[in-house]
Design a protein around this ligand. Structure first.
Ligand code: SAM
Length: 211
Protein backbone atom coordinates (compact mmCIF):
# COMPACT_ATOMS: atom_id res chain seq x y z
CA UNK A 1 0.00 0.00 0.00
CA UNK A 2 1.44 3.38 -0.93
CA UNK A 3 -0.59 5.57 1.47
CA UNK A 4 -0.34 4.53 5.09
CA UNK A 5 -2.05 5.82 8.20
CA UNK A 6 0.47 6.02 11.03
CA UNK A 7 -1.35 6.97 14.22
CA UNK A 8 -3.20 10.16 13.30
CA UNK A 9 -0.86 11.02 10.45
CA UNK A 10 -0.56 9.86 6.86
CA UNK A 11 2.52 8.93 4.88
CA UNK A 12 3.47 7.72 1.41
CA UNK A 13 5.93 4.97 0.54
CA UNK A 14 9.10 6.71 -0.59
CA UNK A 15 9.77 6.18 -4.31
CA UNK A 16 13.38 7.37 -3.85
CA UNK A 17 14.87 5.69 -0.81
CA UNK A 18 16.41 8.10 1.69
CA UNK A 19 15.11 11.22 -0.08
CA UNK A 20 13.44 14.00 1.93
CA UNK A 21 11.81 16.69 -0.23
CA UNK A 22 10.71 19.33 2.31
CA UNK A 23 12.41 18.18 5.52
CA UNK A 24 9.53 15.76 6.19
CA UNK A 25 10.15 12.87 8.59
CA UNK A 26 11.02 9.45 7.20
CA UNK A 27 9.90 6.30 8.98
CA UNK A 28 10.19 2.54 8.40
CA UNK A 29 7.27 0.11 8.57
CA UNK A 30 7.59 -3.59 7.69
CA UNK A 31 10.83 -3.01 5.82
CA UNK A 32 9.44 -0.14 3.73
CA UNK A 33 10.37 3.53 3.98
CA UNK A 34 7.59 6.12 4.27
CA UNK A 35 7.57 9.94 4.04
CA UNK A 36 5.24 11.68 6.51
CA UNK A 37 2.74 13.88 4.61
CA UNK A 38 2.41 17.24 6.38
CA UNK A 39 -1.21 18.51 5.97
CA UNK A 40 -0.07 22.05 6.76
CA UNK A 41 2.18 22.01 3.71
CA UNK A 42 -0.19 20.29 1.25
CA UNK A 43 -3.87 20.79 0.43
CA UNK A 44 -4.22 17.26 -0.94
CA UNK A 45 -2.62 16.02 2.30
CA UNK A 46 -5.01 18.18 4.34
CA UNK A 47 -8.07 16.86 2.44
CA UNK A 48 -6.97 13.23 2.91
CA UNK A 49 -6.29 13.92 6.57
CA UNK A 50 -9.85 15.25 6.82
CA UNK A 51 -11.24 12.03 5.37
CA UNK A 52 -11.49 12.68 1.62
CA UNK A 53 -11.00 9.43 -0.31
CA UNK A 54 -9.24 9.71 -3.66
CA UNK A 55 -9.19 6.41 -5.60
CA UNK A 56 -5.60 6.81 -6.86
CA UNK A 57 -4.20 4.42 -9.43
CA UNK A 58 -0.48 3.69 -9.86
CA UNK A 59 -0.68 4.46 -13.56
CA UNK A 60 -2.55 7.78 -13.54
CA UNK A 61 -1.45 10.51 -15.91
CA UNK A 62 -1.86 13.71 -13.91
CA UNK A 63 -1.87 17.37 -14.87
CA UNK A 64 -0.87 19.50 -11.87
CA UNK A 65 -1.68 23.22 -12.19
CA UNK A 66 0.28 25.29 -9.67
CA UNK A 67 2.85 22.60 -8.89
CA UNK A 68 5.29 25.10 -7.24
CA UNK A 69 8.42 23.37 -5.91
CA UNK A 70 6.68 19.98 -5.79
CA UNK A 71 5.90 19.46 -2.10
CA UNK A 72 2.51 17.85 -2.83
CA UNK A 73 3.60 16.52 -6.22
CA UNK A 74 6.34 14.51 -4.50
CA UNK A 75 3.71 12.56 -2.53
CA UNK A 76 1.57 12.08 -5.64
CA UNK A 77 4.76 10.85 -7.34
CA UNK A 78 5.16 8.25 -4.55
CA UNK A 79 1.57 7.10 -5.10
CA UNK A 80 1.25 6.99 -8.87
CA UNK A 81 4.68 5.36 -9.34
CA UNK A 82 4.23 4.22 -12.96
CA UNK A 83 2.09 7.18 -14.05
CA UNK A 84 3.25 10.70 -14.87
CA UNK A 85 2.77 14.17 -13.38
CA UNK A 86 2.91 17.13 -15.73
CA UNK A 87 3.57 20.03 -13.35
CA UNK A 88 2.77 23.55 -14.59
CA UNK A 89 3.88 26.76 -12.86
CA UNK A 90 4.81 30.24 -14.15
CA UNK A 91 7.11 31.15 -11.23
CA UNK A 92 10.74 30.46 -12.22
CA UNK A 93 12.15 30.23 -8.69
CA UNK A 94 9.83 27.44 -7.52
CA UNK A 95 9.79 25.66 -10.85
CA UNK A 96 13.60 25.44 -10.72
CA UNK A 97 13.26 23.47 -7.47
CA UNK A 98 10.67 21.23 -9.12
CA UNK A 99 13.05 20.71 -12.05
CA UNK A 100 15.77 19.54 -9.63
CA UNK A 101 13.25 17.19 -7.98
CA UNK A 102 12.23 15.81 -11.39
CA UNK A 103 15.84 14.76 -12.00
CA UNK A 104 15.47 12.24 -9.16
CA UNK A 105 11.92 11.07 -9.97
CA UNK A 106 11.13 9.76 -13.43
CA UNK A 107 7.38 10.39 -13.15
CA UNK A 108 7.68 14.20 -12.91
CA UNK A 109 7.74 16.55 -15.92
CA UNK A 110 8.20 20.29 -15.21
CA UNK A 111 6.41 22.76 -17.49
CA UNK A 112 7.25 26.45 -17.24
CA UNK A 113 3.81 27.74 -18.20
CA UNK A 114 0.67 29.62 -17.33
CA UNK A 115 -2.52 27.61 -16.79
CA UNK A 116 -4.52 30.48 -18.29
CA UNK A 117 -3.12 29.34 -21.65
CA UNK A 118 -3.55 25.57 -21.69
CA UNK A 119 -2.94 25.32 -25.45
CA UNK A 120 0.66 26.46 -24.80
CA UNK A 121 1.62 23.04 -23.35
CA UNK A 122 -0.39 20.92 -25.76
CA UNK A 123 2.79 19.54 -27.34
CA UNK A 124 3.80 18.03 -23.96
CA UNK A 125 0.62 17.04 -22.11
CA UNK A 126 -1.55 14.13 -23.33
CA UNK A 127 -5.12 13.33 -22.26
CA UNK A 128 -4.97 12.75 -18.48
CA UNK A 129 -6.82 10.72 -15.84
CA UNK A 130 -6.51 13.30 -13.09
CA UNK A 131 -6.07 17.07 -12.66
CA UNK A 132 -4.88 18.78 -9.50
CA UNK A 133 -5.36 22.54 -9.35
CA UNK A 134 -3.93 24.78 -6.62
CA UNK A 135 -3.31 28.15 -8.27
CA UNK A 136 -4.79 30.72 -5.83
CA UNK A 137 -6.07 32.97 -8.64
CA UNK A 138 -9.30 35.03 -8.94
CA UNK A 139 -10.35 33.17 -12.11
CA UNK A 140 -9.82 29.67 -10.67
CA UNK A 141 -12.98 28.21 -12.20
CA UNK A 142 -12.20 29.44 -15.72
CA UNK A 143 -8.62 28.15 -15.48
CA UNK A 144 -9.92 24.80 -14.33
CA UNK A 145 -12.65 24.47 -16.98
CA UNK A 146 -10.29 25.41 -19.84
CA UNK A 147 -7.70 22.85 -18.80
CA UNK A 148 -10.23 20.11 -18.09
CA UNK A 149 -11.85 20.65 -21.48
CA UNK A 150 -8.55 20.24 -23.26
CA UNK A 151 -6.90 17.50 -21.19
CA UNK A 152 -9.17 15.57 -18.82
CA UNK A 153 -10.73 12.37 -20.15
CA UNK A 154 -14.47 11.79 -19.76
CA UNK A 155 -15.06 10.28 -16.32
CA UNK A 156 -11.65 11.57 -15.19
CA UNK A 157 -11.20 13.00 -11.68
CA UNK A 158 -10.00 16.37 -10.47
CA UNK A 159 -8.90 17.75 -7.12
CA UNK A 160 -9.39 21.52 -6.88
CA UNK A 161 -8.33 23.68 -3.94
CA UNK A 162 -10.62 26.72 -3.93
CA UNK A 163 -9.13 29.64 -2.03
CA UNK A 164 -11.94 32.08 -1.28
CA UNK A 165 -9.67 35.03 -0.46
CA UNK A 166 -8.01 34.83 -3.88
CA UNK A 167 -11.41 34.96 -5.61
CA UNK A 168 -13.07 37.69 -3.51
CA UNK A 169 -11.67 38.77 -0.17
CA UNK A 170 -14.81 40.78 0.65
CA UNK A 171 -17.32 37.93 0.25
CA UNK A 172 -18.21 35.29 2.83
CA UNK A 173 -16.10 32.20 1.93
CA UNK A 174 -19.23 29.99 1.76
CA UNK A 175 -20.68 32.28 -0.93
CA UNK A 176 -17.46 32.05 -2.93
CA UNK A 177 -17.47 28.24 -2.62
CA UNK A 178 -21.12 28.02 -3.75
CA UNK A 179 -20.40 30.28 -6.71
CA UNK A 180 -17.42 28.11 -7.71
CA UNK A 181 -19.56 24.97 -7.54
CA UNK A 182 -22.28 26.58 -9.67
CA UNK A 183 -19.72 27.51 -12.30
CA UNK A 184 -18.46 23.95 -12.74
CA UNK A 185 -21.61 21.90 -12.05
CA UNK A 186 -22.87 21.50 -15.61
CA UNK A 187 -19.62 19.79 -16.58
CA UNK A 188 -18.61 18.15 -13.28
CA UNK A 189 -20.16 15.96 -10.63
CA UNK A 190 -19.00 16.75 -7.08
CA UNK A 191 -17.80 13.49 -5.53
CA UNK A 192 -16.71 14.91 -2.20
CA UNK A 193 -15.72 18.14 -0.51
CA UNK A 194 -13.83 19.16 2.59
CA UNK A 195 -13.08 22.49 4.23
CA UNK A 196 -9.39 22.49 5.03
CA UNK A 197 -9.44 24.10 8.50
CA UNK A 198 -7.45 23.83 10.71
CA UNK A 199 -4.68 23.27 8.14
CA UNK A 200 -5.67 26.07 5.71
CA UNK A 201 -8.02 28.95 6.39
CA UNK A 202 -10.87 29.70 3.92
CA UNK A 203 -10.08 26.84 1.55
CA UNK A 204 -12.45 24.24 0.13
CA UNK A 205 -11.12 21.05 -1.46
CA UNK A 206 -13.33 19.49 -4.12
CA UNK A 207 -13.05 16.07 -5.71
CA UNK A 208 -14.81 16.22 -9.07
CA UNK A 209 -15.67 13.82 -11.87
CA UNK A 210 -16.00 14.97 -15.48
CA UNK A 211 -19.45 14.14 -16.83
C1 SAM B 1 -0.21 27.58 -3.15
S1 SAM B 1 1.04 27.45 -4.36
C2 SAM B 1 1.01 25.74 -4.81
C3 SAM B 1 1.57 24.78 -3.80
C4 SAM B 1 1.63 23.36 -4.36
N1 SAM B 1 0.38 22.98 -4.98
C5 SAM B 1 1.96 22.33 -3.30
O1 SAM B 1 1.04 21.92 -2.56
O2 SAM B 1 3.11 21.88 -3.20
C6 SAM B 1 0.27 28.20 -5.76
C7 SAM B 1 1.13 28.11 -7.00
O3 SAM B 1 0.28 28.47 -8.12
C8 SAM B 1 1.12 29.07 -9.07
N2 SAM B 1 0.29 29.78 -10.05
C9 SAM B 1 -0.29 31.01 -9.93
N3 SAM B 1 -0.91 31.35 -11.08
C10 SAM B 1 -0.75 30.31 -11.92
C11 SAM B 1 -1.16 30.06 -13.26
N4 SAM B 1 -1.86 30.96 -13.95
N5 SAM B 1 -0.82 28.89 -13.83
C12 SAM B 1 -0.11 27.95 -13.13
N6 SAM B 1 0.31 28.13 -11.85
C13 SAM B 1 -0.01 29.30 -11.27
C14 SAM B 1 2.03 29.96 -8.23
O4 SAM B 1 3.20 30.34 -8.95
C15 SAM B 1 2.31 29.08 -7.03
O5 SAM B 1 3.52 28.36 -7.19
Amino acid sequence: MTILKIGREIATENLVKGQRVYKERLTKRRGKEYRMWNPKRSKVGAALQKGMKIPFSETWLTLYLGVASGTTASHISDIIKRGMIYGVDPAPRVLREFLILSETRENLIPIFGNANYPESYRHIVPEVDFIIQDVAQPNQSQIFLKNAKLYLKKGGLAFVAVKSRSIDVTLNPNKVFSQFKREIETEFEIISERKLEPYEKDHLALLLRKK
